[in-house]
Design a protein around this ligand. Structure first.
Ligand code: PLP
Length: 292
């Protein structure tokens, strides 16, 4: 099955045959949470970290997940097994389930679990090696007192609007600023810049998802002797950076060559290369193999 497979209601189906009812509040209101998880050589990468964030997101929106971690791991393993291919991308979604048409979740009695194994290429090979072009979007990241950025929810509309801006500008990806004009993140990835050998990334308080890849890169960079700090960034810091790169489960690590028409000094730069190599090694250590 090249396209993928999906676990739904206790069955594993070809992806194109998986269907959910239209009264699911995940569809009607974006009421639900999710995780994207890569697997390499048939082994899910950082699964425990993803399950933990899924649970935290669900608790934050008062959604009870009735499946134990062991069940979720078992379903994940079964879906990976049914997928034709050693390397791929999992999408684990928990919706509020079906209810009446109104927004009130009180009558949604049974959360729905969906686990997809498929592929995800965020950018093509050329962009991955030569670097991507970013724009800063006019649309802002939702303020944390509206929707906490730590919740990985099914509400991505303002990120989609940012991505539409990037598409219209002929760029590969957009950077969202927060309401105060500080850099938050990409539409589905975290952002790092390098200035004078120091690696900087915005703090979660500035409106960024605490990315699992971000946390890993912070650890690996530190272990490699790179001075790495969480620091609030302005567009000026992007425009004047020596290097910039994106991180995420889907993205992995992608170098940036241009932001708002300003070329980075190096792409891929030495700090990117060091982090990228350490990331590859970590995958090999964890999963025993990888795609590229
Ligand atoms: C908005 C947003 N920021 C950052 C990330 C990167 O997070 P992670 O490394 O945990 O995949 C993602 C991807 O899931 C995302 O959707």
């Amino acid at each position: 099955m090249k396209e993928g497979v999906c676990w739904l209601h206790g069955e594993i189906l070809p992806l194109e045959q998986a269907r959910i009812p239209v009264l699911d509040h995940g569809l009607l209101y974006g009421d639900g949470v999710f995780e994207g998880i890569r697997f390499y050589a048939g082994v899910p990468f950082l699964l425990n970290e993803h399950l933990r964030r899924l649970r935290d997101s669900a608790r934050a929106i008062a959604l009870e997940i009735p499946w134990e971690d062991q069940e979720l791991s078992g379903i994940t393993a079964a879906v990976v097994e049914a997928f034709e291919g050693d390397d791929g991308y999992l999408r684990m979604i928990v919706t509020r389930g079906e209810g009446p048409l109104g927004i009130d979740p009180a009558q949604c009695r049974a959360p729905r679990l969906i686990v997809i194994a498929s592929r995800l290429e965020m950018v093509n090979h050329a962009a991955r090696t030569e670097g991507v072009r970013l724009i800063t979007a006019a649309i802002r990241r939702l303020p944390p007192d509206g929707l906490d950025p730590r919740i990985k929810s099914l509400n991505y509309l303002n990120h989609i609007l940012a991505r539409i801006e990037a598409n219209r500008a002929g760029a590969d990806e957009a950077v969202l600023l927060n309401a105060q004009g500080r850099v938050a993140e990409g539409t589905a990835d975290n952002l790092f810049v390098v200035r004078d050998g120091r690696l900087l990334t915005p703090p979660v308080i500035d409106g960024t998802l605490p990315g699992i890849t971000r946390a890993l890169v912070i650890r690996l960079a530190g272990e490699a002797g790179i001075d790495v700090r969480e620091r609030s960034l302005a567009p000026y810091d992007l425009h004047t950076a020596d290097e910039c790169f994106l991180t995420g489960t889907g993205a992995e690590l992608i170098p940036v060559r241009e932001i708002d028409g300003r070329a980075m000094k190096a792409c891929p730069g030495p700090v990117f290369r060091c982090c990228s190599e350490a990331f590859r090694q970590e995958i090999r250590r964890h999963c025993g193999g990888e795609r590229r």
